[in-house]
Design a protein around this ligand. Structure first.
Ligand SMILES: Cc1ncc(COP(=O)(O)O)c(C=O)c1O
Length: 395
């Protein structure tokens, strides 16, 4: 049996609602968020609805999660000479957005949760450390209480990469609402989607205003009027604005978010409640957290055991893979990169005195990962459980 392995969560839920909303925008001939003959204000509506969902004051729609992440650094004046602590166990954009501001990522290790290890933070804080970038990897919240306490003690800014964690919570508070600001992605593989898209979330008016200007080429816009670059507050920015079509689709997806999350959770528990959790070690999580169950991650003590398990599952049509194919700090692309640093420019990142990330290095070869596709039917789930139990009995 070939088991569906389609990681595109929100995409699966695209239905007549999204089609109707997109058609409405097309018919209005008003695709730009600030002007049009019959503007529907879908981006404004999306920002308001998302702010309400997250429980924050401000949301700014963006072209994608990468641009939203860059805005988080720009709005906090993070740039040349600054270091940002983060783990290498993430998607390249987490580090890329730091580099694109001229700052330098400093890699520290994960713990068994696969998220940043709070106990490694203090020993890595130096005089150039300005911020901590926490990544709620694969929809699982980081230990925000510990991280916020350390950040507070050392006067560091906390930025959250919540690209993969829309809907995750910790002690009743949504991931992405703990730090100074956060970035989310609406790319096709995320909880909800409009193909490409993203947004910044914050409670801080100053951050919001600076991000809003930067994402609009640094101009100052009153209402929907054409911006000015001559009022003394303006600067050179970039164009990261979300368009009305994206927003119309994202709005409809947001209405479905609880269904999406519940469905994913059901799929997850239908599997894990029927396997031996003394044999299969699952990814541990911080107490009182609610996860986005985008996947099933099984952790093995040994790389060979993990590889053997993946081979067995693949032979049986179940697409388990290793977590990712490399850690960011080991990519050649990254090691060849230059940036600014307090020691000057050009600064080769390969010269950077890295702390060793032993757990990250070993985990990515010891985790077997399976995407919980929304297309999984009960017959597929039963088959997966059967094969997991078969593997346990055989080995
Ligand atoms: C952890 C993480 N950060 C940032 C991004 C960037 O988001 P986008 O693809 O919308 O630019 C992604 C997207 O996959 C991601 O997974």
């Amino acid at each position: 049996m070939n088991i569906p392995n389609n990681p595109f969560l929100g995409t699966h839920y695209i239905g007549k609602e999204e089609i109707k909303a997109a058609n409405e925008v097309l018919k209005s001939k008003s695709l730009f968020r600030y002007q049009g003959p019959n503007l529907k204000y879908k981006t404004l509506e999306f920002e308001k609805n998302m702010a309400e969902y997250l429980g924050v004051k401000y949301v700014l729609g963006c072209t994608n999660g990468t641009s939203a992440l860059k805005l988080c650094f720009i709005a906090n004046d993070i740039g040349p000479g600054d270091e940002v602590l983060m783990t290498p166990f993430t998607f390249i954009a987490s580090a890329g957005s730091i580099l694109s501001c001229g700052a330098v990522p400093k890699f520290i290790d994960v713990d068994a949760t696969m998220n940043i290890d709070p106990s490694k933070l203090e020993e890595n804080i130096g005089k150039n450390t300005k911020a901590i970038l926490v990544v709620h990897i694969q929809g699982q919240p980081c230990d925000m209480e510990k991280i916020m306490a350390i950040a507070h003690k050392h006067n560091l800014i906390v930025i959250e990469d919540a690209a993969q964690a829309l809907g995750a919570e910790l002690k009743g508070k949504k991931a992405g609402t703990f730090g100074k600001c956060s970035a989310f992605s609406l790319q096709a593989g995320k909880t909800i989607t409009c193909g490409e898209g993203g947004f910044l979330a914050t409670n801080d008016e100053k951050i919001y205003k600076k991000a809003k200007m930067y994402h609009d080429n640094g101009g100052f816009r009153i209402g929907d009027n054409y911006p000015t670059w001559e009022n003394g507050t303006t600067f050179f920015g970039e164009n990261f604005k979300m368009n009305e079509l994206q927003s119309a689709i994202a709005n409809e997806q947001l209405k479905k978010i609880n269904n999406i999350l519940d469905h994913q959770q059901t799929l997850y528990y239908d599997i894990v409640n029927n396997i031996d959790l003394d044999f299969y070690k699952l990814r541990p999580s911080v107490p009182n957290s609610i996860l986005v169950h985008s996947n099933l991650s099984i952790i093995f003590d040994d790389e060979q055991d993990c590889a053997k398990f993946i081979r067995f599952m693949n032979k049986n049509g179940i697409g388990f893979t290793n977590q990712c194919n490399n850690l960011i700090n080991q990519f050649d692309t990254f090691r060849k990169q230059q940036s600014w640093h307090h020691t000057g420019f050009p600064y080769n990142l390969s010269e950077f005195e890295e702390t060793e990330c032993y757990i990250s290095k070993s985990l990515f070869k010891r985790v077997a990962w399976f995407s919980l596709s929304a297309e999984l039917k009960q017959s597929h789930i039963k088959y997966i459980v059967k094969k997991l139990n078969e593997y346990q009995n055989e080995f």
